[in-house]
Design a protein around this ligand. Structure first.
Ligand SMILES: [Zn+2]
Length: 396
């Protein structure tokens, strides 16, 4: 059983350089996997096959298919993919270890000079940028904005809105913006849960840009190195580094609340362009109502800068907070805000709303559990299509 990657080629388009390949799975189904890169000189992109290893390995592992690459790849990637497999197969037993073969070893040793950061406009990417900005040698020179991960390829209107904002940020802080459009998620969604693929897809994009960058930062959502298993992880992402390009996923002990209070709250450009929403309600940069929007608004309120934040167009809804059930992974964020409010003895109404929220999250009502059951089925068997449909219609 083999997944074959062939026809690896480059095309020069008006919109950028397109690296693509044909992927043939064990059923003989053929699909194109592509990455279109714009915002840098085309000479930096080569028809190298290395990116297709991380872009497809979790998919191949989920199907138990060996991965055969009809092209040349970096020796480091070929060696380190084994470490990636060992680690991720320990965490998720539906991912089976497979063999990876490549036609040849890429001997090119070009060395990039630039320092990149994957940038979505969220708390973690703004924090990583602002923190890094204080450094001398490793200052970020380029943002990498991706279309096709959290923003679906058929939502060009929303991506246009986000791109415009990130262009503004990049201009204001004097950073070059590279945009990458890819169907990597769309393709891997046919095989494997995105949580196991996301780090590989980020690694693939870094590898496409390996002649341009010497360092690429992945903003960590976590503060601990030994954080819970996930596809983008401090122990996994650096494995996709090459001889000349280092991928850094640094979890440095700074909690989300500290990131907001110490960095975001003191940056006008962050407060003017912060994007955290999961829902992508038509025409809205942040909906101001979903769990992640509410969580961030609470943190900004605690930091005393919610009124200065320009990207939430609705007031903080305490009633909504008190009635919202948190997913277990988000309880820690509300607890952190509450602890700090109690310590400072501030905003008693917000304290009360969070206390109610934590209580209801501890014992969710039946209606919530039924909704969660449908959501889990939609996630497992339907690639969240129902969620995105209802979300776009403003029905969630
Ligand atoms: Zn939202």
């Amino acid at each position: 059983m083999i997944m074959v990657v062939n026809n690896i080629s480059l095309k020069y388009l008006r919109s950028g350089v397109r690296l693509e390949a044909t992927v043939v799975d064990k059923k003989g189904i053929q699909k194109d996997l592509y990455f279109v890169v714009s915002g840098l000189n085309k000479k930096f992109i080569q028809a190298d096959a290395s990116p297709f290893i991380p872009a497809l390995l979790p998919s191949a592992m989920s199907q138990g298919e060996n991965l055969k690459i009809e092209g040349s790849v970096s020796r480091n990637i070929l060696v380190r993919q084994k470490k990636f497999q060992n680690k991720i197969a320990q965490w998720e037993n539906s991912l089976k270890k497979v063999k990876v073969q490549a036609k040849a070893i890429d001997k090119s040793m070009e060395k990039g000079k630039r320092v990149g950061l994957f940038f979505s406009g969220g708390v973690d990417s703004f924090y990583t940028f602002l923190k890094n900005r204080r450094l001398g040698k490793n200052r970020v020179t380029d943002f990498i904005l991706i279309w096709g991960f959290d923003i679906a390829l058929d939502d060009g209107e929303f991506f246009g809105l986000v791109k415009k904002r990130i262009q503004t940020v990049a201009r204001q802080v004097g950073i070059n913006l590279i945009v990458v459009e890819t169907n990597s998620k769309e393709l891997s969604d046919n095989y494997v849960d995105w949580q196991w693929q996301v780090g590989g897809s980020l690694g693939a994009i870094a590898l496409i840009l390996k002649n341009y960058f010497r360092v690429v930062h992945i903003a960590s959502a976590t503060s601990k190195e030994d954080t819970a298993p996930f596809g983008s992880h401090p122990q996994l992402d650096p494995l996709w580094s090459t001889e000349n390009m280092k991928i850094v996923h640094e979890a440095n002990g700074c909690s989300r609340l500290e990131r907001v209070c110490k960095y975001i709250a003191n940056s006008e450009v962050a407060l003017g362009n912060l994007r955290v929403c999961w829902k992508q309600v038509k025409g809205k940069y942040n909906c101001g109502l979903c769990e992640k929007c509410l969580r961030t608004m609470m943190e900004l309120e605690l930091a005393g800068v919610l009124s200065k934040t320009k990207t939430f167009n609705v007031p903080l809804d305490l009633e909504r907070i008190s009635k919202s059930v948190l997913p277990s992974s988000s309880v820690v964020f509300s607890k952190e805000v509450l602890k700090e409010l109690l310590r400072k003895d501030e905003k008693p109404e917000l304290q009360l709303a969070i206390e109610k929220q934590l209580l209801i999250s501890w014992r969710p009502p039946v209606s919530y559990r039924a909704k969660e059951f449908v959501h889990n089925l939609d996630h497992k068997f339907n690639n969240d299509r129902l969620f995105w449909y209802l979300s776009a219609k403003g029905l969630l």
